[in-house]
Each structure stands twice: as structure tokens, then as C-alpha cells.
Design a protein around this ligand. Structure first.
Ligand code: ATP
Length: 607
């Protein structure tokens, strides 16, 4: 989604963030202006010195005084520059940090569907480099653009007072500059947008390959990854070159045209001085002022480029900030004072927003009732929609129709905070955070002190995660990014411990024991049975041993619940269940199922 806002509309969106620091920005602006005035005053001292003193054979004393005034003006200019920095840098970094924090907060609130759609590098580059660009523009670009423009205007006014004819010649250069500047704005904005998007894509590639480094190495695909990266990096380099060339051309024209105009003014100026229409002092002051204005004029190119880049950064920032969060708290939330844990799926449908047209719903009319405290295994061939169904309970996605209720209350009528306290989840694909084992496990618990210690110890015990005590610093050991320093089974056990430690009313487990050996799985199951007694549990099972944990089994087929009963009831009466269980029993058949699914022949053969 590309933003079509004008430059002013985009820059104007910063105003609410900048408003609190406007007084300091104005002070910074005044200081910058002061510095420019000091720089412009120096030629006037020269004019007075030449016209009123030297021309009349003035004394050495007046030269000393003039030099002293020039020195003073120079010191004042430097002081104003330092004060400008002092006034704006700290508040601008505060604005940047606040915007970054609200960006991060918004990312946390956005739906899983949003995160499925956006590359992580695009979000990273918006959170880091785009906000950095905005801060630099705010603290420097904006002020300098105003001051530079004012300096040029003031300088030109002074030049008019020195000689209006020469000033008009100088100003003639502004007309082609404005025409070219307009074209530059359009083309530079476009290339700047491309470069920032490509930098985001490159960051996504780095993030993915770092994340998947084991797979790349194991499959010997590092070279291909590098080649892919090089192609992207080269594209970015080309865009950067294009950007730099476009700025260089603009800067050259911005520098050259005033210089040409000055050359013409010089010829006319000498003629005017010869005819006595302009004094020598005024002529010197005119050119000294023109020299003082030339610097700011040349500076306008990079400042405009910085402004267009900031516009792109603001547009990119707001593309995320304006992405709507569709999963929100209800207007009038219901509170469950004493939750029991009855869970009912009523005609639940769900389809992913990016699902192809003409395909059926992933969850296609699920009716299922879990009694409080019951453990229900969810079984089905791969891809039939089990994980998707589970994610609907804590509202990681919202049902497209139908409803899910806990104790008769629609999950959409509870606040997200309450719902996610009631429902804890452990996924097969575990995510751990770069913090201590303790913080990872207690993530869903509000307990503190001795109570937290007790819950932690119990959860680690049930999840067979006692290995955590033997880590170098025990439970305080910092686990690496995404827990990559741990084995798959260890990570799963910590994720399971985290779900248990949350002490939920409803526990949703997506095949949380898949990476464990059979003996460890058995021990975990014994512990879980004790814990699950008080908790309603929906557990996706890919192994018969996990099914054995359940009071009842729900068989999912093509997005619907095809049958519900105990394991032995389903074995006795349901061909498809026998097929699924047989394939669960055998990893190889399960793998086959992953790619082909059951056929009628398969089912007959197994029956
Ligand atoms: N984020 C997503 N966007 C679009 N489609 C998705 C998404 N996640 C899953 N799907 C599709 O939804 C269908 C069901 O996937 P789901 O993960 O729920 O199946 P599953 O029964 O849990 O499979 P498995 O046993 O292999 O974990 C699949 O066809 C899958 O391709």
C-alpha cells in the first residue's frame, strides 16, 4: 500500500508528536536565524569599513575596531550554532523514542493476520531507520530549511538595497531553479521510496537467513542465500546510485545557476561602479552578501532531499500505524466472575483473508462442546484445520461466522486481557524470548515472590523441564534468541511449562509433545493428567500416546468435526479415525499423509 499524500499532508502528520517540543524548536530556529544574521552582518562591516573609513584614508584604529566587530560576530555565530543544537537535539530524541514506543505498542496490538502479511524487515526498518530519518529531519532538516530559506530571502533583500539591478540579475536564476526543483521533488520522492522499501526487503532477507541459518547450512544452501542477497543488495545499490545522481544533478544546478548569475552581475556591477551608479563599498558588500547567500543556496538541495526522504519515512510509518486492529476489546465487556471452563464451538466458520477464491472455509462449520475440566484430543489428517481452530479460541483470529463461548459467554464479549488469562496456549513451533528461563515460564502468570516460585517449580516438574535447574545459572540463565541454545524438546517443555504456569481455565495445546521421546512424553502425560483435572483442555494430537491422555476425541475432517467419542468408540465405528490413528502410529505414513492425505483406497485397506 503506497501513500499518495502530498508533501505537506505527510509532514503535517508529525505535528501532534512535535507539538510538545515546539517552544524548543522555535528557540532552536531563532538561534539558527541568529547565526545566519551574524554571517550576513559581516559583509556590512566590510562595506562600512571600505566606504566610510578606507576610502577616506582611515586610521589603523578603525581597522582594529572593524576586525574586533567581525571577530565578535564570528563568535556569536558559533555560539548560536551550539545553542541551536542544545535546544533541539534532546527533545527530538524524546519524540523519536515516544514514536518508536507507540509503533512497537501498535505492532503488539495488530492481528496475527497482519504479521503474516508483513515482512519482519519492513517492520524493523520502519521502527529503526525511518524513525531515525524523521528525527534527523525534525532536529536539523526542518530548522535548517526554514533558516536557509530566510537567509536567502534576507540576503537577497540586502542585495536589493546594495543594487536593485544586480539583485534582479541574481534573482533571474531562481526561475529555472524552481521549475527544475518541482521535477526533482517528484522523481526524488519516488526513488527515495524505492530505496527505503528495498532496504526493508533486504532486512527481511537477513532476518530470515539468520533465523533459518541451521536449515541453510544443513541443506548446503548458504551460497544460494548469499547469491539472492547479493542480487537484492545490488538492486539497493543501484537505487542509491540513482538517488545520489539525481541529488548531485540538482545540487549542481542549484550551485551553477546562481554562480552564472553572479558572473553576469559582476560584469554589470563593474560597469555600474565605473559610471558611479553604485559605490565601491556597496559593490563589495553586494558580492560578499552573495557569497554568504551562496552557501545556503547550495545547501537547499541536500535539505530538500532530506525533506523528501522524511516524507517517505512518515508515509511508511503511518502505513503501519493506520493498519486497523480488527481484534479488539468489546464496547461493553462481560466479566466471568467464577469461570468453570465449558467451551462450546457453535457453527464456527473461518477462512484466511488471503485464501483463494472458490476454496472452502478452512474451518467449515465446527460444532463441538467441551465440558468443564474435560480433556479433548483433536485428531485429523494434516492440513484439515486443527491448528487454525485452536487459534480461534484465544482470538488470534476471529471466527468469520458462528461463535465460540466460554461458560456461555462469546469470547468476543470478554476483554482480550481476561480471555487470554482464561485461555493459555502452547504451540508445536515454540517461541522463547531472550530472557531468563524464569521469565519465559512465568510469562502468563501474575504471581510474585514465593507463590511465583511454587508455580514455576510445579510447572517445570509437570513439563519434565527439570533440566532448567542444571543450566549454567539455573532458572536465571538467559536463553538465547528464540531459545536456539536449547534442544527442540527442551524448548517444547519450557513452552508447555509456560502454558501450565499460567494456570488457565482453558488450555489449548497444539501438539506440544511432538519433539519428546516416548519415555519423556509418558512422564509429561502423567504430570499433565494431574494438572488437567481442573482445566478444560483441547489438545491437537499427532501421536496415539497423546490421544490416550484425553477423555474424548474429536475427529476433524475437511474443516468439520466428523465424529466425537472416546478413543475406543471411534476406533470401533469410524473408518477415517482408524486411518488417521494408523497413520499417527507410523511416522512414515504420517509423512505421506502430509503430502497426499487419505484416499478412499487407503481407508479401505486400513479398515
Ligand atoms: N496464515 C495462513 N494464511 C493462509 N492459509 C493458512 C494459514 N495458516 C494455515 N493456512 C492453511 O489452512 C489450512 C489448515 O491449516 P492448519 O495449520 O490449521 O492445519 P492442521 O490441521 O493444523 O495441520 P497440521 O496437522 O499439519 O498442523 C491449510 O491448508 C493451510 O495451508
Amino acid at each position: 500500500m503506497k501513500n499518495q499524500n502530498t508533501l505537506w499532508e505527510s509532514l503535517g502528520r508529525l505535528y501532534p508528536h512535535v507539538r510538545p517540543i515546539v517552544p524548543r524548536l522555535v528557540l532552536g530556529l531563532l538561534c539558527a536565524l541568529g547565526a545566519s544574521v551574524m554571517a550576513l552582518a559581516i559583509p556590512q562591516v566590510l562595506r562600512v569599513l571600505i566606504n566610510d573609513t578606507l576610502a577616506e584614508g582611515g586610521s589603523a584604529r578603525t581597522v582594529w575596531i572593524a576586525s574586533g566587530v567581525v571577530l565578535l560576530l564570528g563568535v556569536l555565530e558559533a555560539t548560536f550554532v551550539a545553542l541551536r543544537r542544545q535546544f533541539v537535539i534532546t527533545p527530538a530524541t524524546t519524540v523519536e523514542t515516544k514514536m518508536r514506543t507507540s509503533f512497537y505498542r501498535h505492532l503488539q496490538n495488530l492481528t496475527v493476520e497482519f504479521h503474516d502479511r508483513w515482512g519482519s524487515g519492513q517492520l524493523l526498518s520502519r521502527a529503526m531507520s525511518d524513525l531515525n530519518l524523521m528525527r534527523r529531519w525534525m532536529a536539523f532538516g526542518l530548522i535548517m530549511l526554514v533558516v536557509t530559506s530566510l537567509t536567502v530571502v534576507l540576503g537577497v533583500v540586502i542585495m536589493f538595497f546594495m543594487s536593485w539591478v544586480l539583485a534582479l540579475i541574481f534573482l533571474a536564476a531562481a526561475v529555472p531553479l524552481m521549475v527544475y526543483g518541482y521535477r526533482f521533488r517528484t522523481s526524488y520522492s519516488r526513488v527515495s521510496r524505492r530505496s527505503q522499501d528495498q532496504a526493508g526487503d533486504l532486512a527481511t532477507t537477513v532476518e530470515e537467513s539468520v533465523h533459518g541459518i541451521r536449515v541453510l547450512k544443513a541443506f548446503g544452501r548458504s551460497r544460494e542465500a548469499l547469491e539472492g542477497f547479493e542480487v537484492q543488495a545490488e538492486e539497493l545499490r543501484q537505487t542509491e546510485i540513482h538517488k545520489a545522481k539525481s541529488l548531485a544533478t540538482f545540487s549542481m544546478i542549484v550551485t551553477l545557476l546562481p554562480e552564472l548569475a553572479l558572473g553576469a552581475s559582476l560584469i554589470v556591477g563593474v560597469m555600474l561602479a565605473a559610471s558611479g551608479d553604485v559605490s565601491i563599498g556597496a559593490l563589495v558588500a553586494f558580492f560578499a552578501t552573495a557569497a554568504a547567500v551562496a552557501g545556503p543556496v547550495e545547501f537547499i538541495g541536500p535539505l530538500l532531499a532530506m525533506t523528501f526522504t522524511a516524507k517517505t519515512a512518515i508515509d511508511r510509518h503511518y502505513e503501519v500505524m493506520e493498519s486497523e486492529n480488527t481484534i479488539t476489546d468489546p464496547a461493553a465487556p462481560v466479566h466471568l466472575a467464577a469461570p468453570r471452563g465449558d467451551v462450546v464451538f457453535d457453527a464456527v466458520h473461518f477462512r484466511y483473508p488471503d485464501a483463494q477464491e472458490g476454496t472452502g472455509d478452512v474451518v467449515d462449520g465446527v460444532d463441538l462442546t467441551l465440558r468443564a475440566g474435560e480433556t479433548m484430543a483433536l485428531v485429523g489428517v494434516t492440513g484439515c484445520g486443527k491448528s487454525t481452530l485452536l487459534q480461534l479460541v484465544p482470538r488470534l483470529h476471529d471466527v468469520t461466522s458462528g461463535s465460540i463461548t466460554v461458560d456461555g459467554v462469546d469470547v468476543r464479549d470478554l476483554t482480550l486481557g481476561e480471555l487470554r488469562t482464561l485461555v493459555a496456549v502452547a504451540f508445536e513451533d515454540t517461541t522463547l524470548f531472550s530472557t531468563s528461563v524464569r521469565d519465559n515460564v512465568l510469562m502468563g502468570s501474575d504471581a510474585t515472590g514465593a507463590e511465583a516460585d511454587r508455580i514455576l517449580a510445579e510447572a517445570l516438574e509437570v513439563a519434565q523441564a527439570r533440566f532448567a535447574y542444571d543450566l549454567p545459572e539455573g532458572l536465571e540463565t538467559l536463553i538465547g534468541e528464540e531459545g536456539l541454545s536449547l534442544s527442540g524438546g527442551q524448548r517444547q517443555r519450557l513452552a508447555l511449562a509456560r502454558a501450565i504456569a499460567a494456570q488457565p481455565t482453558v488450555l489449548v495445546l497444539d501438539d506440544p509433545l511432538s519433539a519428546l521421546d516416548v519415555a519423556t512424553e509418558e512422564r509429561v502425560e502423567v504430570g499433565l493428567r494431574a494438572v488437567l483435572r481442573a482445566t478444560t483442555t483441547l489438545i491437537v494430537a499427532h501421536r496415539p500416546s497423546t490421544v490416550a491422555l484425553a477423555d474424548r476425541v474429536a475427529l476433524m475432517q475437511d474443516g468439520r468435526i466428523a465424529d466425537v467419542g472416546t478413543h475406543s468408540e471411534l476406533l470401533a465405528r469410524n473408518d477415517h479415525y482408524r486411518y488417521v490413528i494408523a497413520s499417527l502410529d507410523d511416522e512414515e505414513i504420517a509423512q505421506l499423509g502430509r503430502t497426499t492425505g487419505p484416499t478412499h483406497d487407503d481407508e479401505e485397506a486400513l479398515a
